[in-house]
Design a protein around this ligand. Structure first.
Ligand code: 0A1
Ligand code: ZN
Length: 882
């Protein structure tokens, strides 16, 4: 057991290690329950470090069987070894020395899926963030970089494949029935990027010729029989490699790039140097089993992990507080990649939807933290949407502030200056300051201040003076540990749209800086006047979501409809529709609570129907327009004291009104948005499917019968259409015989495909209402339920807690208690997974009082749980305190 559980680590306490690690030489003798690891580590004492300073190495649940200094046994009195630390005293002051450590580890018993573990009969590792210390004692921190040699010895028959980072050195037989392989990674790397995979897997290979003409072997390993489902991932990999050369000038730097897909993995994927390990959900796809969303995710995650080779691996983080340095930047890069591969506007809308539904609640609740935190108890709990997605938005704002050319110059400088370094956010920002000459000091507050800024705006047109005046005010809400905030530098892209849809060009601007279309809000309060505006304009503000803020601007329905129809920025059009819809959805929830009839603003209905019927607009954009803000979005806007049942019923009522008004439009769309011929996962075809399936969903409200969805289910020839029809049947008409029949057909047809059975679980976990909890409990006894498989647990328990707003938030609190029991159970095997699912309750304080009391009681049940992990106790305590 680790003894540092509960200790808080502070950014301010950072200091370099006393000893410099020069080289790492690892030998693994693999065995399912007794793997022997010999680590030979060459160190020297850092200049200026006291000769009496001991070498302190991290461990976690380790069992050491040997310890040598320069090949001689170290006498008992000169070291202390516990399961979580090794301290060695009396080491040479001036010359390098070699420490050899032997540990015995049990990969089969490793249910935490950190360190070396078994999945699907193979050996696999996960070392980020602090998993390497579960393999051997080590300075397990990202600023300790060294080249690694890895020797792997294993039984040959079950383990024909022996893989590690870097380039293959060679292999041979090794005694009876065994063989070995040696790998060398010349690029100094931190331990979190170490990987080893051994076992028997199928492989698909290809090659990529880099911009300097080097041929790189590309290999994707999957379970035997799954090779036909790898083609899309391989194609996405080659496109990513090309894109990074073209857009960022980054070339791959080894002879081989490998991806291994495994079925038990705590996260999406991992960027280990030259040997990425993936959750197989983000590798495997074919039309019969993968949805359009799956294809898009595979493309994005393959790209993300590949892009880490430069942003993360070649330039890594000095300490874990700098996590956003690699994650925020790499998410920004994968977002740009997907935008270039697909429709940029639709991609941006999807990003912002995700940011608002996941990151904004995190930033507004007890788990709020800065993009670069200053303290943590358990680093695993900081792989958050704030670090990733808000971190990406901060990078995007730098690009917006500087413009494309200076942003590129800053990135080039960063790669030049810091290649091979373990860097900080300050290093990164300095590159943009040096490349542009712009002072980014105030801007840097985005890294340090948590909370979503609220910008309140009012506008006034003075016809006599031909001026348009904007009053802007920013407020950053208090968050745990940060009660007061400084005003931030907020880049707001904007336009003043005239009656005919054209954009006004002001003759002068006073009271604020406008560069191009970017208005710089830097003060707490600012009044900006635009002169030479000949008629009353409609303000389009925060175009493209240039800043991740909440915007309060009381615009009339007519003005919003004007933007929705005429703005040249598609994102702004979607945003205006959202702003038109939200007050209706909020009012509907209030009306339901008061027992009043729900009514929808005719301007919303007319604008929406006009847009979705406009064939000059991309189908994917129209589908986004039809997807009204979700229940979590409405809850967020309503703020405190919200009632999930009323929100759900109100949203349904609004959808039904739109559906009845637009029934003919939806029938036409449903009939016309077909994608005949062979299935193609391209963005345009996916957009048509999305629009057709939205029409189908609205028609289920207009027609109030499962018939059309049942026909769609029977006719579907791809997983997108099939799963959407099934979800519609199950979630809208749970008791209909058609729905029960479809669920069982689906189960039988895909019973041997784990990723599709995950969908079957999620679809049922999301059936709303009072019966949901009993259904989820029953499903946990299904023969398909595997409590040790993270994807399966997430697809049932996770989907229920995160996304079934009515079922999970039932008024009697029974589902909160159910979750508490599940968290305590999962925590015994896999603390990381338990902690992550528990964050589903992060917004518990904004529930109405009865539910909030039940939620608190469930959190207390967890807090009192025996033997709670550091991961879960960190989350539960912050949730109760914040
Ligand atoms: N660096 C990975 C995320 C990751 C983090 C921790 C893990 O441990 C279970 C696994 C993966 C990424 O950003 O993709
Ligand atoms: Zn990442």
């Amino acid at each position: 057991m680790r003894t540092d559980i509960g200790q808080i680590v502070h950014l301010a306490d950072y200091r370099p290690t006393d000893f410099v690690l020069e080289r790492v030489d690892l030998t693994f003798e693999l065995d399912p329950t007794e793997t022997k690891v010999e680590a030979r580590l060459i160190f020297h004492r850092r200049d200026g470090v006291d000769a009496s300073a001991p070498l302190v190495l991290d461990g976690d649940e380790l069992n050491m069987t040997g310890l040598l200094l320069d090949q001689d046994e170290i006498p008992a009195g000169l070291f202390d070894a516990s399961a979580d630390q090794l301290v060695i005293r009396d080491l040479p002051a001036a010359v390098p020395f070699e420490i050899t450590i032997t540990t015995i580890i049990n990969p089969t018993a490793n249910t935490k899926l950190m360190g070396l573990y078994r999945t699907g009969g193979i050996y696999c590792t996960q070392c980020e963030a602090e998993g390497f210390r579960r393999i051997t004692y080590f300075p397990d921190r990202p600023d300790v970089l060294a080249p690694y040699t890895v020797n792997i010895i294993a039984e040959k028959a079950p383990n024909p494949l022996l893989l590690s980072n870097g380039n293959f050195l060679g292999g041979a037989g090794y005694g009876e029935g065994k063989h070995f392989a040696a790998w060398f990674d010349p690029h100094p790397k931190p331990s979190y990027l170490f990987a080893l995979v051994a076992g028997d897997l199928g492989m698909v290979e290809d090659t990529f010729v880099t911009m300097s003409g080097r041929e790189v072997a590309l290999k994707i390993y999957v379970e035997h029989g799954k090779e036909p489902r790898v083609a899309y991932a391989m194609d996405a990999l080659k496109r990513s490699m090309k894109w990074d050369e073209e857009k960022f000038g980054r070339e791959y730097d080894l002879d081989i790039f490998m991806i291994v897909a495994v079925s038990d993995f705590n996260m999406g994927a991992m960027e280990n140097k030259g040997l990425n390990v993936f959750n197989d959900k983000y590798v495997l796809a074919d039309p019969e089993t993968a949805t359009d969303a799956d294809y898009a995710n595979i493309e994005a995650i393959i790209a993300h992990e590949y892009f880490h080779n430069w942003t993360g691996n070649r330039i890594t983080c000095r300490d874990w507080f700098q996590l956003c340095l690699k994650e925020g930047l790499t998410v920004y890069r994968d977002h740009e990649f997907s935008a270039d591969q697909r429709s940029r506007a639709v991609k941006r809308i999807a990003e912002v939807r995700h940011l608002k539904s996941e990151q904004f609640p995190e930033d507004a609740g007890p788990l709020a933290h800065p993009v670069r935190p200053t303290k943590f108890r358990e680093i695993n709990n900081f792989y958050t949407t704030t670090v990733y997605e808000k971190g990406s938005e901060v990078t995007r704002m730098i690009a917006t502030l500087l413009g494309a050319d200076l942003f590129k110059a800053g990135m080039d400088l960063y790669f030049d200056r810091h290649d091979g370094d373990a860097s900080t956010v300050e290093d990164f920002v300095k590159c943009f300051e040096d490349a542009s000459g712009r002072d980014l000091k105030q801007f840097s507050l985005w890294y340090d201040q948590a909370g979503t800024p609220l910008v309140t705006v009012s506008g006034h047109y003075d016809a006599a003076a031909s001026t348009f005046t904007l009053q802007l005010e920013q407020m950053i809400p208090a968050t745990p540990g940060q009660s007061t905030k400084e005003p931030m530098h907020i880049p707001l892209r904007m336009a003043l749209i005239l009656d005919n849809g054209s954009e006004a060009s002001p003759s002068a601007v006073s009271g604020g800086e406008l560069t191009g279309d970017v208005l710089h809000l830097t003060e707490r309060k600012q009044t900006v006047t635009f002169s030479g505006i000949s008629s009353r304009p409609v303000l389009s503000l925060n175009r493209g979501f240039s800043a991740p803020i909440n915007l309060h601007f009381d615009q009339s329905s007519a003005d919003l409809a004007h933007i929705a129809r005429h703005d040249s920025d598609w994102f702004a059009r979607w945003q205006a529709l959202t702003d038109l819809a939200l007050p209706n959805l909020m009012q509907a929830a209030r009306d339901i609570q008061l027992g009043k009839a729900v009514a929808c603003d005719p301007v919303l209905i007319a604008t929406l129907l006009e847009i979705v019927a406009d064939d000059s607009l991309e189908p994917a954009f129209r589908a986004q327009a039809l997807a009204l803000p979700g229940e979590a979005d409405i809850a967020r806007e309503l703020g405190a004291n919200n009632d999930p049942d009323a929100i759900h019923a109100g949203r349904k009522a609004i959808m039904a009104e739109i559906a009845r008004a637009g029934q003919q439009t939806f029938v036409t769309l449903y009939d016309s948005m077909q994608t005949p011929g062979a299935f193609s996962p391209d963005a345009a075809s996916a957009g048509k499917r999305a629009l057709r399936n939205s029409a189908l969903a609205y028609l289920s409200y207009a027609e109030e019968t499962p018939a059309r969805a049942a026909t769609a289910f029977a006719a579907a020839n791809n997983m997108t259409d099939l799963s959407q029809a099934l979800a519609l049947l199950a979630q809208r008409f749970p008791d209909a015989p058609e729905s029960q029949a479809a669920l069982s057909t689906f189960e039988t047809r895909f019973s041997d495909n784990a990723l599709v059975i995950d969908k079957w679980f999620s679809i049922q976990a999301l059936i709303p209402g009072e019966t949901a909890l009993a259904r989820v409990k029953t499903l946990m006894h299904s023969p398909h339920f595997i409590s040790t498989n993270p994807n399966r647990v997430r697809s049932l328990v996770g989907a229920f807690a995160f996304s079934n707003t009515t079922g999970f938030n039932r008024a009697d609190g029974a589902a909160y208690q159910f979750l508490a029991e599940q968290i305590l159970d999962i925590d015994k095997r896999n603390p990381q997974l338990a902690a992550r699912i528990l964050t589903a309750m992060r917004s518990w304080r904004s529930l109405e009082p009865v539910r909030a009391d039940h939620a608190r009681a469930a959190l207390l049940t967890i807090e009192r749980g025996a033997g709670l992990s550091g991961d879960v106790s960190d989350i539960v305590e912050r949730m109760l305190k914040g």
